[in-house]
Ligand binder design. Structure first.
Ligand code: GLC
Length: 659
């Protein structure tokens, strides 16, 4: 029999004897304990023993696999020992509330898959000035049925060279104008009291050029240079460029930048001030894992692994989605399960479906808990522009056929552009070609063609390939901006209907729906970024405007656009949270409607059946569904009817529940 001898670190004297890491006790403070204190210490020791046992149990379960993966990648047992040592330290430093939450979640591993989850992504400064401000606005979020907030990047990042905060200069410091680590801890604790989860970005592919490592590397310190990719001439960068596509072809062309101080090229897949980290160096992996555990210990529930496909680079490849990326993500999952099992990993994989799904790992060896349903999102907007639901239906069928363990995050808009990553092979069968189709979509959403009232702007237009992505808020893309500007009531009614219909359809998908802050009150594009020289080149700021609280005030007034959208979403969100057919584990399928403009989705769970029908066209339509199983109730109006030949007004929807 093989004995399990876990590595527990080198510490023998309990840290508590010297106070905590943040508040060490001075010699004078360490008084001789009184009897009560001796008793308290004994209780603490006993408690620690119990928690240590729990830690050991988790470690025992995963140790061999973690070691195997680490050695496979790094073959460095000293660094592995250091990693384990630190894991135990972070476990010990984790506060009791979080440890209790970990245990609860471990006992109910599907806790995040219920139908009551509703997310919202928000920029702290746009939403409420700073972290304390967000804390004051938690009631608003709760009133809006939100129980998961994604705080957009808030760590220290140089102004004007931050890529919206995705260029991190210090992983343990909050941007000064937003607050402090203590404010973050207070905010997460306040959220937990309200049963809300907090998500943050873990930008692990790169650091800011102002990060301490980059600063030291720039001074020529070899140890720090080895944490990035440096080349003293262009030979290897040129080879990389042959096979590695560009992320920002217009705003930041190429994958390398010239570092003047060092007279070297440095790899910068994103902006020139975002230096790619070299994960071939185990020091990089270890240190980033310490940052990850540190942030988890601040009370973060969901770690969004930013740009995860890019983290491993290999000459002669696209340097995307390489097998080593999966080894790293699996190790992150294991480290999480040992140290802080209450947290979830959300992978940001903005790729075609066959590249996205592997980031779930296998059912036995899972990687991410959740992934963005990015192709469905892009295909949704394609459907808006073409009124042809066939590609969307095919896409939904693919997602619905995946194992129910896989959980997707569904969304209409986020802080990034919409990249037209559609299934062009299928579209080609209809004679639709990629480049002209992208041009059509981009013209459509600028309101130039196809009977469109949309407003928005191109993003990273590549004049060579003819490619461009798109920016704008949901409300503006639906026509609310134009209708408001032109004071056209009929246009406004249609735009509001479309906005609500799209949300109703998004809520019908399996997974967790996530709103983009401002969408709940139909906020339109914000053009003020054009006056800011630090933002003007990046049109994603078009949909990153400040939350307009004076508009949110109107949310209960049904005479206003804000009130109409807010109240309609509120009703849908409440339906979603109470009806079990919206559970992630429900059977989900699409139905024939015999009208290509009309999409129908069915859901079934534990005796409950719901059918949703969505009309993507500006004309009234009939969904020629023919469910032969008796009466249904319209979940909005309460009307009873059969689910056959259902009339759906232009850009509207219906939810029917089998009674
Ligand atoms: C992710 C973010 C995006 C950022 C990029 C680089 O894709 O969503 O906003 O530009 O990572 O960090």
């Amino acid at each position: 029999m093989r004995l399990f001898v876990p590595y527990l670190g080198r510490r023998t004297v309990p840290r508590s004897a010297f106070g905590t890491k943040d508040r060490p006790l001075s010699r004078g403070q360490r008084t001789v304990p009184c009897l009560r204190e001796v008793f308290r210490m004994a209780v603490k020791k006993a408690e620690k023993k119990v928690t240590d046992e729990l830690y050991l149990k988790r470690l025992e379960k995963h140790h061999d696999e973690l070691r195997w993966l680490y050695m496979e990648l790094y073959n460095n047992s000293d660094m592995f020992a250091e990693l384990l040592d630190q894991m135990r330290e972070y476990y010990l430093a984790r506060n009791n509330d979080l440890k209790a939450q970990d245990e609860e979640r471990e006992a109910n591993p599907s806790w995040y898959k219920s139908n009551d989850m509703l997310g919202m992504m928000l920029y702290i400064d746009n939403f409420a000035g700073n972290m304390k401000g967000v804390e004051e606005k938690l009631d608003y979020l709760q009133e809006s049925n939100v129980n998961y907030i994604h705080l957009m990047p808030f760590l220290d990042s140089p102004e004007g060279r931050s890529d919206g905060g995705y260029a991190v200069a210090d992983f343990r410091k909050v941007r000064e104008d937003l607050g402090s680590i203590e404010d973050l801890q207070n905010l997460t604790a306040a959220c937990h009291k309200k049963n809300m989860n907090v998500c943050m970005d873990f930008v692990m592919n790169h650091t800011s050029e102002d990060h301490e490592w980059a600063v030291r590397a720039r001074q020529g310190d070899g140890e720090y240079m080895s944490r990035y990719f440096f080349y003293d001439n262009y030979t290897i960068p040129a080879q990389y460029e042959k096979t590695t596509p560009q992320v920002f072809p217009t705003t930041a062309p190429g994958n390398f930048s010239w570092c003047r101080e060092l007279s070297h090229y440095v790899m910068t897949t994103f902006y020139p001030y975002q230096w790619d980290l070299n994960y071939k160096n185990p020091r990089v992996f270890n240190e980033m894992m310490y940052n990850y555990m540190y942030l988890a210990n601040c009370g973060i529930d969901i770690i969004r692994i930013d740009a995860v496909p890019y983290i491993w680079k290999q000459l002669g490849t696209q340097s995307r989605n390489l097998p080593q990326v999966h080894t790293i993500v699996r190790m992150m999952r294991i480290i999480g399960e040992i140290v802080c099992p209450g947290i979830l990993l959300l992978g940001e994989v903005v790729m075609e479906p066959e590249k996205v799904v592997p980031y779930f790992g296998t059912v036995e060896k899972p990687e991410c808990h959740m992934l963005y349903n990015v192709t469905t999102m892009a295909t949704t907007w394609h459907t808006v522009a073409t009124r042809d639901t066939r590609l969307l239906r095919q896409q939904l069928d693919i997602v619905n056929s995946l194992p129910k363990d896989y959980l997707f995050l569904n969304y209409l808009r986020c802080h990034d552009d919409i990249g037209w990553g559609l299934d062009y092979a299928t579209l080609a069968k209809e004679g639709i070609q990629e480049v002209p189709h992208k041009k059509y979509l981009n013209d459509y959403f600028r309101g130039w063609t196809g009977n469109s009232n949309s407003r928005g702007e191109l993003y990273n237009e590549d004049l060579v390939s003819g490619d461009a992505r798109f920016c704008g808020t949901t409300a503006s893309l639906c026509g609310i901006e134009r209708a408001g500007f032109e004071q056209d009531e009929a246009m406004m009614n249609d735009a509001i209907n479309m906005d609500i219909m799209l949300h109703a359809y998004m809520f019908m998908q399996s997974g967790i729906p996530v709103l983009y802050s401002g969408d709940e009150i139909a906020q339109v594009n914000d053009y003020t970024y054009k006056d800011d020289p630090k933002k003007v080149e990046d049109s994603r700021y078009l949909h990153r405007g400040k939350m307009l609280w004076e508009n949110a005030e109107k949310r209960n007034n049904p005479e206003t656009v804000e009130g109409r959208v807010y109240q309609a979403l509120d009703q849908l969100e409440k339906i979603r949270k109470t009806e079990k057919a919206f559970m992630a584990a429900a059977d989900t399928w699409t139905l024939d409607t015999w009208e290509k403009e009309v999409l129908s989705i069915g859901r079934y769970y534990d005796g409950d059946k719901i059918i949703g029908i969505f009309n993507f066209s500006e004309f009234d339509k009939t969904a020629w569904i023919n469910e032969d199983d008796g009466l249904y109730e319209n979940m909005i109006t309460g009307e009873k009817r059969e689910a056959r030949g259902v009339d759906i007004p232009a850009h509207s929807f219906i939810y029917l529940k089998k009674i």
